[in-house]
Design a protein around this ligand. Structure first.
Ligand SMILES: Cc1cc2nc3c(=O)[nH]c(=O)nc-3n(C[C@H](O)[C@H](O)[C@H](O)COP(=O)(O)OP(=O)(O)OC[C@H]3O[C@@H](n4cnc5c(N)ncnc54)[C@H](O)[C@@H]3O)c2cc1C
Length: 550
């Protein structure tokens, strides 16, 4: 780049970086956004996302009869986060501020910038414990009409053609420049041009060096989910052994390199052992990035079996407690589990995360939406996995199903009698409108919510009912996604040193900062809180840097 003057350099053109850039540009600052990937990757992970957003007491909730409140959301957040460390001081402040935001101006602020919201609200992470335990007491997962690309576009289009905003793509930051006690710029490698499409791993061949100086640097470089070495190195011992087989739910650029680079300047990294990985990962039959997996967003009716064919313990039902399930699996000695279900359940209850897996919502096509989701049978993208996905099998009888499950690669042979016992026992519990079985009770409770009854949860029925068939089994893998810990920041997104004071000139936002504070979620998350965390902390970083510099 010829003109390298900038007031602020932002490292990372993902959602957090774009939001910070908008705030700075609106305040008349000269902004330079540096990213290791090409321009096709603008928006980073957010582009790939489903666009789920956590709002509290929204008109969409109210229309569906959901009574939500700031108090209830805070109770859920704190029960889920379970903050218990001295270093949770700033994460806790961020949690309070974020719930205020989600129950307050978040919706109107985004709507004023063009956000449109799909009217059906989803109920993610239902918890299944007590009122003060993990999970959402009510549905809060609002889907962006247009999914991830629409969220990115809200900010990307505000930056287009702004004379005070420039991008340096294929610029990989390797070092932060520190002079005196302050961060004054970035240094790194210019990577060879890449014409790879969005999401595809790009070359790391270096063709030059660069150095950009500024009054402030904002690090918005994302988490570690695409770097399985780092995931394994930071794997929490409380979760059991490190899984040997992992799928990647994020592109390779989510490499976590900037965390150590930033730490070298004296920045403090906290809660490294907190992460958010999914347990319903399936192998993408059409991968874009290495080990590309897709997350099933499941309704509550599938029977969840471990690798030996035993049902997972209460309350580890689909969509209830992601990390509780991960811990159970990691301690089971196997890296995978099974869903057993049928055609009726898959048709209504399987969602797939990711913009490309939801072409109807992504293209904002009402006609496509009605034809793919209101009809009988699985929506197109789910059917494509049934037809082509290596983790899916189906059969007309349970015996045949188990035989076919046992033919999948890398599975411990299942004993038919064990699986049949679980399915038969579960099926006996649907004969009455009441039951002792917690999962069946949870399915009935879910159908008390109009959104679930209409679009998400089938009436309890026997899995083996031939009218609901054929039977289906899905081999589920662990899928890496989000990093919950990171650079410790105060409420202005200023990066803190070990002594708790700000490192002059340095800010961080988004996933690299644990979505605010170094871990706004604590141990677990309520879902739809990551994009919002990038927006909230990116906004704070942009505003903080703008007011701190001359
Ligand atoms: C498939 C999928 C579905 C999701 N669905 C949802 C959802 O529904 N709701 C929700 O809340 N969240 C969701 N998420 C999570 C959310 O999208 C991410 O947490 C969020 O977008 C992270 O944004 P970020 O700006 O912090 O980082 P990123 O998007 O990772 O961007 C970081 C950028 O920094 C660049 N970078 C990194 N290191 C360097 C370096 N050294 N030099 C230069 N550049 C560098 C990278 O190339 C990248 O472009 C989903 C994620 C995925 C992948």
């Amino acid at each position: 780049m010829s003109d390298t003057h900038a007031d602020v350099v932002i490292v990372g053109a993902g959602l957090a970086g774009l939001v910070a850039a908008c705030e700075l540009a609106d305040r008349g600052k000269q902004v330079l956004v540096v990213d290791q990937e090409n321009a096709a990757n603008l928006g980073g992970q957010a582009f790939w996302s489903f666009g789920g957003l956590f709002f509290v007491d929204s008109p969409e909730q109210r229309r569906l009869g959901v009574r939500d409140s700031h108090e209830l959301a805070l109770q859920d957040w704190l029960g889920t986060a379970a903050f218990d460390r001295p270093e949770d001081y700033w994460p806790r402040q961020w949690a309070h501020a974020y719930v205020d935001f989600a129950a307050g101006e978040k919706r109107s602020w985004l709507r004023a910038r063009g956000l449109q919201i799909f009217p059906l609200v989803g109920w993610a992470e239902r918890g299944g414990y007590g009122a003060q335990g993990h999970g959402n007491s009510v549905p809060r997962f609002h889907i962006t009409w247009g999914t991830g690309p629409a969220i990115v576009d809200i900010f990307a289009r505000r930056l287009r053609d702004r004379p005070n905003v420039r991008f340096a793509h294929r610029h990989q930051v390797d070092e932060l420049i520190v002079e005196g006690d302050a961060v004054t710029g970035v240094r790194g490698s210019v990577l060879e041009p890449s014409t790879e499409p969005r999401g595809v791993s790009s070359s790391r061949t270096v063709i030059g060096e660069f150095e950009f100086r500024a009054q402030a640097v904002i690090v918005t470089s994302g988490g570690i989910g695409g770097n399985h070495e780092l995931v394994r190195a930071n794997w929490p011992t409380r979760m059991g052994r490190v899984p040997e087989q992992l799928l990647a739910g994020v592109p390779a650029h989510v490499d976590g390199r900037m965390i150590a680079i930033t730490e070298k300047t004296g920045a403090r990294v906290i809660n490294r052992d907190r992460m958010w990985h999914y347990t319903e990962g399936i192998t993408n039959y059409d991968p874009i990035w290495p080990l590309h997996g897709i997350r099933i967003i499941p309704g509550p009716s599938s029977l969840w079996l471990d690798a030996t064919g035993k049902r997972l313990p209460v309350p580890l039902y689909p969509g209830f407690d992601t990390l509780g399930t991960l811990e159970y699996i990691a301690k089971s000695g196997y890296d995978y589990t099974w869903f057993v279900l049928n055609a009726k359940i898959i048709g209504k209850e399987f969602g797939l995360s990711g913009q490309e897996q939801n072409p109807d919502l992504t293209s904002r096509s009402v006609r496509q939406l009605l034809s793919s989701r209101a009809g009988s049978g699985a929506p197109g993208p789910v059917q494509a996995f049934l037809d082509r996905g290596i983790d899916f099998v189906s059969a007309d009888s349970l015996r045949e199903l188990v035989l076919t499950m046992n033919k999948l690669p890398d599975v411990a042979p299942l004993d038919y009698a064990t699986v049949a016992d679980e399915v038969t026992a579960r099926d006996r519990e649907v004969a009455n409108r009441f039951t002792k079985d917690g999962q069946i009770t949870a399915i009935r409770a879910a159908r008390g919510f109009l959104g679930d009854r209409l679009g998400r949860v089938v009436a309890p029925h026997r899995l083996a009912d031939p009218k609901a068939g054929p039977l289906i089994a899905v081999k589920l893998h662990i899928l890496t996604r989000k990093t919950l810990g990171g650079l410790e920041t105060d409420l202005d997104s200023r990066v803190l040193k070990a002594d708790g004071t700000p490192l002059d000139g340095l800010y961080a936002a988004g996933e690299v900062a644990g979505f605010g504070g170094g871990g706004v979620h604590g141990y677990r998350a309520l879902e739809g809180t990551f994009l919002g965390g990038c927006i909230f902390s990116g906004r704070a970083a942009g505003r903080g840097a703008a007011s701190d510099i001359a």
